[in-house]
Design a protein around this ligand. Structure first.
Ligand code: G1P
Length: 292
């Protein structure tokens, strides 16, 4: 029997400068999409995929993320005594068995590859997932659940990809694709943030990875790449040819919550999907959108 993916690494050390001043005192990952922090969506997707241990790589000023995943004793006591069960239930996703959510710090902003490497002792010698919570991916089942299932067949590295406009290749890791079978795309190479005229395709990495633990040795000696940072993409590229490597074509809906308009879009789209909000919210939107 193959090895199971039981751990996820969530890098959340970024400064969130694109969302200042909101992120001056509140970590970007806790900004709400409708009424839940952005990071909760990634954690829910991980749990749905069968992940048992959640490893956050945080940085200075991110302590509120630890508080969010802690038991809020006084609050829960108050809600229980007032029989506010709906409010209690709304917090279920932030409650985990003691020891199942762990935190380590990236002490300097040295890049995504370095952030993942910071979790090496917590992951150990087993396959694991990486999720970038800025990327809110909506699908049923969730993107990571689909990838974990694919991993059970390939037992190799898998990265989620989707098409982006050609002129945007310099914002993403880009896949050099080989042959495709269903959602799985053989991978010949990958490059971090190439200029459109050098990009091997328009297939961008969108923040979901299932990786073999051999990545940690490669990250250990990985030199700085695009933007002067230690890039996960560069270390992954070195595994191509020595370990199975596939892109997984994500066919659900992606909201780029690292971008202001993408974040606003996620709020609108998810609010419109909520039975308790959609009628009133549609009326409000109608008011703002001029009709011919
Ligand atoms: C990171 C990765 C990149 C990926 C992107 C997805 O870049 O390095 O390969 O395509 O996330 O959001 P960042 O957005 O942190 O610069």
């Amino acid at each position: 029997m193959g090895r199971k993916v039981k751990k996820v690494v969530l890098p959340v050390a970024g400064l969130g400068t694109r969302f200042l001043p909101a992120t001056k005192a509140v970590p970007k990952e806790l900004l709400p999409v409708v009424d839940r922090p952005l990071v909760q969506y990634a954690v829910d997707e991980a749990i749905e995929a069968g992940i048992e241990q959640i490893i956050f790589v945080t940085g200075r000023g991110k302590g509120a993320i630890e508080d969010y995943f802690d038991k809020a004793y006084e609050l829960e006591d108050q809600l229980a005594s007032k029989q506010k069960t709906k409010e209690m239930e709304s917090m279920a996703g932030s409650r985990h068995l003691a020891g199942n959510v762990t935190f380590t710090r990236q002490q300097e902003p040295a890049g995504l590859g370095h952030a993942v490497w910071c979790a090496r002792h917590l992951v150990g010698n087993e396959p694991f997932a990486v999720m970038l919570p800025d990327e809110l991916l909506h699908d049923t089942p969730g993107c990571l659940a689909q990838m974990v299932e694919a991993f059970e067949q390939t037992e190799g590295n898998i990265v989620a990809v989707l098409e982006v406009p050609h002129e945007h290749t310099n914002r993403y890791g880009i896949l050099d694709p080989g042959s495709r079978s269903g959602a799985l795309i053989e991978t010949k190479g990958m490059v971090e943030k190439p200029d459109p005229n050098e990009a091997p395709s328009d297939l961008a990495l969108v923040g979901r990875y299932v990786l073999l633990p051999e990545i940690f040795e490669l990250l250990e000696s990985q030199e700085r790449g695009a933007g002067g940072e230690i890039q996960l993409t560069d270390a992954m590229a070195k595994m191509i040819g020595t370990h199975p490597f596939h892109g997984y074509h994500f066919s659900g809906i992606r909201y780029d919550c690292g971008d202001k308009v993408g974040f606003l879009e996620a709020n609108v789209a998810l609010a419109l999907r909520r039975e308790d909000l959609k009628d009133r919210f549609t009326e409000v939107l109608d008011h703002y959108l001029p009709r011919e």
